[in-house]
Design a protein around this ligand. Sequence first.
Ligand SMILES: [Ca+2]
Length: 372
Amino acid sequence: MVGPMRVSTVKAPLLFAFLVAAAALLLIGPGAAKASPLDVEVIQSTATEHDPKVGLHIEGARRAREVALYVDGDLRRRDRSWPWGFGRDGRIQLKAGRHEIAVAARFRETRQIRRETVFVRNRRVERSRRNKQASIGISANKPLKKAPRTPVPLPPATDLWHGDFETGDISQWDMVQQVASDRITIAQDPKRQGNYAARFEVRPGDNIGDTAPRAELASFLDEEEGEERYYRWFTYFDPNFPTEYEDEFVTFTQWRAEDESDAYTSFMVWGDEIELRRDGTRWSTPLTKGVWHEFIYHVKWSPDPDVGFIELWYDGEHVLAPLNVDTMAGSPGDAVQNYVKQGLYKADEIPTGVVYHDGFVAGPTLEAVQGA
Ligand SMILES: [Ca+2]
């Protein structure tokens, strides 16, 4: 009789833990995984004697279209640039005492808010609980206070995504990377589609973080493993674009894995050649400057090189038949999604370059994107 009783007392906590976990999953819902976790870290204050300031680092929120920082209920910063400028552009000022810090991230379909209480005393920032070191981390696994309990359905696959600047600004894109607001501007001459194109200028020294100089836009289009998608856009290289640097890279459109494990395809310029690279050069053509070029890129998204493929039309010609390559990181059944970047990213050695993009559209069929 003792045996079964002992077994049940051991099992009961396990069963309880399982039920709690299952309940938590039901509450959060499968849609919660769609948005990346938002981690907030308050870094050690390097405050002056009377001026405690707090450096904030926000990580894991790159899918966010916008991140806003609130202190004691007041909006202190709002940012669409990445990396989020809170930690980069200087620290926020906090008086001694208790403060409620909230970071709100707005994703395409959801909004997430993280809150933490901190204490500033003796010129140090202390978190309200757990270890009282100056740095706090807000757990990504904590249930979201204001996340919707049911996922918002994604638009049907027949919908087109436009990054064509017809809003007259760059707001269609999720993420902006530029060192100053004059690097990515709306242009009407030249333009290729509708009323507006975008002009990207990158000068030596336009480095963001430890990477090469860049001015880029990015969007998370949520392509699932096994899905096929067509992308159409137009690119114009300024007549003065430097093309004498054969051994230095220029990237003007690229797909990257969200975990940064790989650049999954890159449309590049090396010297005076345009190249499509994925594990080596898959297509190239001489670059003609001062005219618009049309790209239609077809991808089957898969980490399996026997399933995934890429295909390309350039200036109306079918230049690359479907070519089997892995187009996602991860493994079959556990793929890492990609995001698309368009703009200009180039080696330090290359002088100032200007490129225009227009008419980016993503859709389910060739006909859909051609007619967009
Ligand atoms: Ca346009």
